[in-house]
Design a protein around this ligand. Structure first.
Ligand code: NAD
Ligand code: UDX
Length: 474
């Protein structure tokens, strides 16, 4: 490498929820580094170049605005970006494979392999290739083999630098990460990447490890986090059966400094593009290495999550006199958590599908998710393995799903409200106005335990939350 840090050029393949925000932050913090983010998806690139970014994250607009046009570019010129760069990040998607060997568990590494081949084809000189995507352990070995066997004279170092940001808090997570993890064999290459992050992150928070520890740590971190949510959700079922209150239990155990208070919020179930996919990936790896009991142990986290989502829709049906057929149910929130427009694996998709199967009429409102995205998620939920949607299911969705523009409109004439995302605006709705517009009894199913139950009951609602006794006006 003949460049000095001040003329460093970075390219990132994949302008998604990870590639976009992480590269925008590097560009913001390092004005002298040229950052070029590329993607095959022209629409996504156009959105990154507009005032309407494809990813909603508090504070992201400002970060992008500061750097875009200065040292941050978004384009579809993959070949050019690779050939100019010293460091190439791969931040493409690695979804669960739904076909062939390992279907339903293994990560689909097709896009990673395509990137490696493209990098080999377009590179000259020496390049540092950084795995930013979440990958199974020892993927770097495959990436290295592809790079070296397809290279046209170029040489490569491969590093693992998994991303730990959570959606909805990406900007803060990138500004002040608990740690940055960099795994690699070449000390020089590792140090080169350390130098980039060290511009704004204290050195002691930049951990360096071997490649395999870095790859495995990312899967393990997500498995541990998801396990906490499934653990508290398992206890929420027991609370509902016994009269204990899960929020009180969470507070009581969370004050034990060995357990800690975070990630103990009982909910309708975890969602998002990472937890389920990464645990299943871990399960597949364990099975591959013949570790059956270890695989079963981790799989239970996902089994528990499926149970929690199903349990919530069953509770709605049971409470509403065992039928929701032709009843209007307002769905408040469709994103997998607040402060994001991402709906991948959102618990809302599963609950809506269950309720539609029971022939409920749904009116869905989410402050950040557009109607087209809600419809396409529901269509995928009813589709078969190869994406085919039957006429029957298409009609079911078209006839029974409406999308509203605010929470009040969604609740108008409804028999029930189901809160599926913890958006702050739901906490401050005018309870009188909502109640007046609804049918009686006016049911509220709070899948996030965010509403003020006592206040709602005073207004006449019957409130059912997760892991807490139900409340109704007597
Ligand atoms: P995403 O689907 O939002 O973005 C991936 C992008 O890569 C897409 O825009 C796609 O068009 C592009 N792409 C795919 N193949 C390409 C190719 N060959 N050339 C150019 N572009 C290509 O995915 P994401 O949520 O950003 O996740 C990316 C990776 O980061 C995954 O491995 C994920 O597990 C990991 N991760 C995600 C999060 C998160 O919160 N979303 C957090 C940490 C890690
Ligand atoms: C997760 C990891 O947190 C992050 O470090 C990793 O890089 C990517 O995957 P993300 O999926 O964006 O991030 O969101 P996260 O905040 O972890 O929430 C995941 C799901 O768990 C959401 O549906 C959330 O609502 C749910 N959750 C989280 C709970 O139900 N209860 C909790 O206490 C915490």
């Amino acid at each position: 490498m003949n460049t000095t840090p001040s003329s460093l050029k970075i390219c990132c393949i994949g302008a998604g929820y990870v590639g976009g925000p992480t590269m925008a932050m590097i560009a913001k913090q390092c004005p002298d580094i040229d950052v070029h983010v590329v993607d095959l998806n022209q629409t996504r690139v156009d959105q990154w170049n507009s005032s309407d970014l494809p990813v909603y994250e508090p504070g992201l607009d400002e970060v992008v605005q500061e750097a875009r046009g200065r040292n941050l570019r978004f384009s579809t010129n993959v070949d050019q970006a690779i050939s100019e760069a010293d460091i190439i990040f791969i931040a493409v998607n690695t979804p669960t494979k739904y076909f062939g060997i390992g279907a339903g568990r293994a990560a689909n590494l097709e896009f990673i392999e395509k990137c490696a081949r493209k990098i080999a084809e377009c590179s000259q000189g020496h390049k540092i290739v950084v795995e930013k995507s979440t990958l199974p352990v020892r993927t770097a070995e495959a990436v290295k083999r592809i790079l070296n066997s397809a290279a046209k004279g170029a040489t490569f170092d491969v590093l693992s630098n998994p991303e730990f940001l959570a959606e909805g808090t990406a900007v803060q997570d990138l500004l002040h990460p608990d740690r940055v993890l960099i795994g690699g064999e070449s000390k020089e290459a590792v140090e080169r990447l350390v130098q980039v992050y060290a511009r704004w992150i204290p050195r002691e928070r930049i951990l360096t490890t071997n490649l395999w520890s870095s790859e495995l740590s990312k899967l393990t971190a997500n498995a541990f986090l998801a396990q906490r949510v499934s653990s508290i959700n398992a206890i929420s079922a027991l609370c509902e059966a016994t009269g204990a209150d899960v929020d009180e239990v969470a507070r009581a155990i969370g004050t034990d400094s060995r357990i800690g208070p975070k990630f103990l919020k009982a909910s309708v179930g975890f969602g998002g593009s990472c937890f389920q996919k990464d645990i299943l990936n871990l399960v597949y790896l364990c099975e591959h290495f013949g570790l059956r009991e270890v695989a079963q142990y981790w799989e239970q986290v996902v089994v528990m999550n499926d149970y929690q989502k199903r349990r919530f829709s069953e509770r709605i049906v049971r409470t509403m006199f065992n039928t929701v057929s032709d009843k209007k149910i307002a769905i408040w929130g469709f994103a997998f958590k607040k402060d994001t427009n991402d709906t991948r694996e959102s618990a809302a998709i599963h609950v809506c599908r269950d309720l539609l199967e029971e022939r409920a009429r749904l009116v869905i409102y989410d402050p950040r998710v557009p109607e087209s995205q809600i419809r396409s998620e529901l269509e995928m939920a009813f589709a078969d393995l190869v994406g085919g949607l039957s006429d029957k299911h298409k009609k079911l969705i078209d006839a029974n799903v409406t999308v509203a523009t605010d929470a009040y409109a969604a609740a108008k004439d409804a028999h029930a409200i189901a809160v599926l995302t913890e958006w702050d605006e739901f906490k401050t709705v005018d309870a009188t106005r909502v109640f007046e517009g609804m049918r009686r009894p006016a049911f509220v199913f709070d899948g996030r335990n965010i509403l003020d139950r006592e206040n709602l009951v005073k207004h006449g609602f019957e409130v059912h939350s997760i892991g807490r006794p139900s409340l109704a006006h007597i």
